[in-house]
Design a protein around this ligand. Structure first.
Ligand code: SF4
Length: 337
């Protein structure tokens, strides 16, 4: 347990957390919406510091990040808890553990240990992922600072609901992010996730301005967020931000509280990819469709195959000095040796 960062004491009893855009007002004895930050006698504590619930070395493609150090390893960690209540959550057993089971579990691991372990595993990055890194921000920030000293970079896989204050704290040590843009309708965020759309759009804009390498993922759910007009609006928003932002459109499978909706038909993913490309996005990928053409990277200028992937595995890598080997156009991204 550790005293929380980014909150203010309002009086002897109440505090306001400004780590994420819920900006919870928390009375003594209560926790915020995420269930992992508790007001104990007027002081706010993180209950998940330093309780690691998941730890794996993953390919960076699994985050997914396709234009950031492809083929590299990413040491990936999570604690329990989330500030969203998505009915379709794929990791609900850990993300919703505090609210569904009133339990906080995990193995103690200090930021120094995590950074050391990441470096020994030859991981180029640490990813704060599986659940929402914002709600374990104290652990993520302390770890990120140790990681940088060891030459390991930091990646957030996030719902993008953190405040600007939170981003300002971490951004010098945050190198890349994959942000879920779950839909382009506020009703979806409200009804399916217990949140709002606008703060997520603000985060995307802020991260872009800060120079964090940014990729975006949308889990396409039949009948809920796959309308043609909605996808066009979403794609146009990304294009005006930067047409070089890779957009990952991922296939939904029934899970958690959303078992009455079928898996996304592959043709819907293809349609959404076309909408993204027609709007002007240069790199639009399919996710959860192993073997699909949409897993590969092609030069946006001449169409040359640059990176061949199967699932999370890089089969062929042809970018040379950040450029297409055929037409020599610079390819947006952060490329390794
Ligand atoms: S991080 Fe948790 S306590 Fe803080 S504002 Fe968000 S949901 Fe509320």
């Amino acid at each position: 347990m550790k005293e929380a960062y980014l909150y203010e004491k309002l009086d002897k009893e109440r505090v306001r957390c400004f780590l994420c855009n819920h900006r919870c007002l928390i009375k003594a004895g209560d926790t915020g919406i995420c269930g992992v930050r508790q007001n104990r006698s007027g002081t706010l504590y993180s209950l998940v510091y330093p309780k690691i619930i998941a730890q794996h070395v993953d390919p960076i493609e699994k985050k997914p990040l396709f234009h950031f150090l492809p083929g590299s390893r990413s040491y990936s960690i999570a604690t329990v808890g989330c500030n969203f209540k998505c009915v379709f959550c794929q990791n609900a057993d850990i993300s919703q553990m505090p609210s569904d089971h009133h339990r906080i579990m995990g193995q103690d691991m200090s930021p120094e240990e995590i950074a050391g372990d990441a470096s020994r595993s030859h991981s180029a990055t640490i990813s704060y992922t599986y659940t929402e890194p914002t709600v374990f921000f104290e652990l993520a920030l302390d770890t990120a600072r140790h990681a940088v000293k060891k030459g390991v970079r930091n990646v957030f896989v996030t719902n993008g609901y953190m405040t600007e204050e939170c981003l300002k704290e971490i951004y010098p040590d945050l190198h890349a992010a994959n942000v879920d843009l779950k839909a382009f309708r506020d009703e979806f965020y409200k009804e399916q996730c217990g949140a709002k759309l606008k703060p997520v759009l603000n985060t995307l804009e802020t991260m872009k301005k800060m120079g964090v390498w940014l990729e975006v993922t949308t889990l396409l759910i039949p009948g809920l967020n796959d309308g043609e007009e909605e996808l066009k609006e979403l794609a146009r928003f990304l294009v005006q931000l930067d047409p070089n932002i890779p957009w990952h459109i991922s296939r939904f499978h029934p899970t958690y509280h959303l078992t009455g909706v079928s898996s996304t038909p592959p043709r819907s993913i293809q349609r959404a990819r076309r909408i993204g490309q027609e709007a002007g996005l240069r790199y639009v990928y399919s996710g959860n469709l192993p073997g699909d053409e949409g897993e590969k990277t092609f030069c946006h200028q001449c169409g040359e195959l640059l990176i061949d992937r199967f699932g999370f595995s890089v089969q062929k890598y042809r970018i040379e000095k950040n450029r297409c080997p055929k037409c020599e156009t610079e390819i947006p991204g952060v490329w390794g040796a």
